[in-house]
Design a protein around this ligand. Sequence first.
Ligand code: 0RA
Length: 646
Amino acid sequence: MSEEAKKNQYSADSIQALEGMEHVRMRPSMYIGDVGVRGLHHLVYEVVDNSIDEAMGGHCDTIDVIINEDNSITTKDNGRGIPVGLHKKEGVSALEVVMTKIGAGGKFDKDSYKVSGGLHGVGVSCVNALSSHLKATVHREGKIWEQEYERGKSLYPVKSTGESKETGTVVTFMPDETIFTQTIEYSYETLSNRMRELSYLNKGITITLTDKRNKDEKGEYITETFHSKEGLKEFIKFLDGTREPLIQSVISMEGEKNGIPVEVAMIYNNGYTENLHSYVNNINTHEGGTHLSGFRRGLTSTLKKYADGSGMLDKLKFEISGDDFREGLTAIVSVKVAEPQFEGQTKTKLGNREVTSAVSQAVSEMLANYLEEHPEDAKQIVEKVKLAAQARHAAAKAREMVQRKNPMSVGGLPGKLSDCSEQDPTKCEVFLVEGDSAGGTAKQGRDRNFQAILPLRGKILNVEKAMQHKVFENEEIKNIYTALGVTIGTEEDSKALNLEKLRYHKVVIMCDADVDGSHIETLILTFFFRYMRELIEGGHVYIATPPLYLVKKGTKRRYAWDDKERDEIVESMNGGAGIQRYKGLGEMNAEQLWDTTMNPEFRTLRQVSIDNATESDRIFSMLMGDEVPPRREFIEKNAVYANIDA
Ligand code: 0RA
């Protein structure tokens, strides 16, 4: 064997010898996706998923999640408890095997079919491996059992510490800060959203979330209890609560088709957007897949049949398309699949072929019954479909107008765009700037080699309230399409965005740091979310963060992005400092704007991501929809910008 071959042989052996738990610590992203904020929260979901499995087997009805004072997490359930008896093959307690062997979790329980499980379904042992400390407490067989671990290694054999009449599992873990180097601070909001979602997806379970890091005005810990009696039916009401309903009630079904548990709930509202959410084994499948295709198929065929039979579409001069049946539709599809195959870029697209017809059949039955029993609602729906078809025709014409301007020919670019000279899109940035005057400053301040400026006039159209053809007719929006060089519609999906010719890989929204600016920022984001979601998902959308203050003393100049920073700078200058409040981008000169907000060396860009599409959808419809009170409430709760002007 050559030296080189020997070396390779050696490394192959050593990789095999490397135990699972160590491999998790060496390559955590392979198991939990990433070691950032997402991965950190994933640890909680992983443990809770095991408790949900217990609940789905009918062994458990309550799960408590606690964020402890030190940011460690405790989860408790009243399930059967992890088995503690001797594991014959390993020669130690089953609890120790479950906690310290990768992939051991389900092996004890062949009969129950485990369908829950995080995106990666890796089990509690993985959480253990990535925790600096973990303690498992099991109430089972009349006793309390305990074992602790450090970075996945047990500190002592499982021991009994007392008696108990209850059963259940308690796990407390501290994420390892040498793995989660970015942060180990849990977001209450993120956990709360997920626990709420889980309670809707698994009706009947009670999940509590308590934050022991903070107390409210009454001196009590912040805590929430999530419990849903009606599951998806209530989830729909929660998601669509701020939209005006078109029909009287939520249409829903729950059952099993071809051995696949299927749950569906849907409602129509008076809006124009389509909101489909799908889940497989409690995991949000952003990219859809066979279950969503089944839903669409069942919906289209049933409604089409009904509409044709009603005679209401007789005078329509063109074909109805699938899209027309989904305007103003909010729906959730949740299936449980024993061996899900996940595909797609983010592995959130269901591939199992057999699921399509199961869901399609379920939806057809459910919908046919509803239409039969609610003729008034049925009429409203068909009317709406008809209007949607007419609007689509108008939109297609408007869209053609957008496409006709070929962005690659110089003449086709919007007149307001100040383009950059670089041709390689991966190096190019475009700043969407509010107002012509700020646009002028940005144009002077930029590095014209790779930075382009597109000024937008005042407030762009609120796409949440506008019909599609209005959106495509809007000047500012047309300019955004042509400047970015993206086109709409592929063979497979008429609404998909084609990013192949994207002219800038960074699209930066630059608005004033005040109430108006934040409103415009939200309008632009709403447009991106509804019409260019692929752009956000591709990581191309950013928000610029201009400073709020300039602190001056003599020739010294420093910028501050919040009040605290301003005060610290003032103090560091030992008095006598002058403070200038920037009310808008327009108050900065070109050099200042470059230094603070545009220069890649010093600026901070916030990358926009869609962490939770379901929640984003709800927020956008609330912020941009018709009802004012919930919007005001949200803005008051999140009054970061509002405070600045106070
Ligand atoms: C393996 C086998 C059984 C239950 C569990 C694991 C289990 C794991 C976790 C994690 C959190 N809570 C949990 N509850 C149960 C089956 C036990 C039996 O057959 O009695």
